[in-house]
Design a protein around this ligand. Structure first.
Ligand code: DAT
Length: 234
């Protein structure tokens, strides 16, 4: 289940399982971030390509090059927001959990947490083409293994403990799973991960407790998208 996957992902990260590999070849994740820090990021050519007008018509093609990532503890409302946003904005919604299940993109099984371990490199390879075309919202309870160049906006949904507890209880999570997830939210593990993996100014936290906030979030994100398209329209 999601919490098992979450724990396994965290464990894999701390165990250093995401060293040089396919991600490195693609210039992704932490490797790419290191390169940017040293001043040789490969993020620039992308903007050049769009500005050169190699896609047409101009405005919609720019829109299509946009990449959004949404992260957050299981139960905060990623699927709900992502699907609604996609249907209103015309962006494509990709749920990484579903993608992994459909393609069996796993690398072993975590006995302790009773869940398959996500093969991050294969997920990245699987999504690379779509991400280059752009216009995609990627949904996963984690974001540090995706190439940094994929995303122009990263948003992390946040839910108050009591509300999150009730949502996960409704899902039938056992007590340990509940506690693990609630702790993940309390210690803002996924927000910390997002700001460690992307430039802080593109990472936004959004409250996700009540339906009105869902509406506010959609409006807010739509504004960001509009602004981004404007800023990247020569
Ligand atoms: P996730 O994809 O992050 O696991 P979800 O989209 O499946 O979460 O949502 C979990 C539950 O919470 C689901 O019953 C819908 C509900 N929910 C989502 N966003 C909400 C909001 N802003 N207000 C109230 N309930 C919300």
């Amino acid at each position: 289940g999601p919490v098992g996957a979450l724990q396994a992902a965290r464990r894999a990260v701390s165990a250093g399982a995401s060293g040089p590999g396919a991600r490195d070849r693609w210039g992704g994740g932490r490797g790419e971030r290191r390169r940017r820090r040293f001043g040789w990021s490969d993020a620039a050519p992308r903007r050049g390509r769009a500005a050169a007008g190699s896609c047409s018509p101009a405005a919609p093609s720019l829109r299509r090059t946009l990449g959004l990532c949404q992260s957050g503890t299981p139960g905060v409302g990623k699927t709900t927001l992502g699907k609604e946003l996609a249907s209103r904005s015309g962006l494509k919604y990709v749920n990484v959990g579903d993608l992994a299940r459909e393609g069996q993109l796993y690398d072993g099984y975590d006995e302790e947490y009773g869940c398959p371990i996500l093969d991050e490199d294969r997920v990245v390879d699987e999504l690379e083409h779509q991400m280059q075309e752009g216009g995609v919202i990627v949904d996963y309870h984690g974001c540090d293994f995706f190439p940094e160049r994929w995303f122009h906006i990263v948003f992390v949904l946040r839910t108050d403990n009591g509300i999150l507890y009730k949502r996960l209880e409704t899902r039938g999570y056992n007590e340990k799973k509940l506690q693990d997830n609630i702790q993940c939210e309390i210690f803002q593990v996924l927000y910390e991960e997002a700001i460690a993996s992307y430039k802080e100014e593109i990472v936004h936290q959004l409250p996700s407790n009540e339906p009105e906030q869902l509406e506010d979030n959609i409006n807010q994100i739509s504004k960001w998208i509009e602004q981004w398209v404007k800023d990247h329209n020569p």
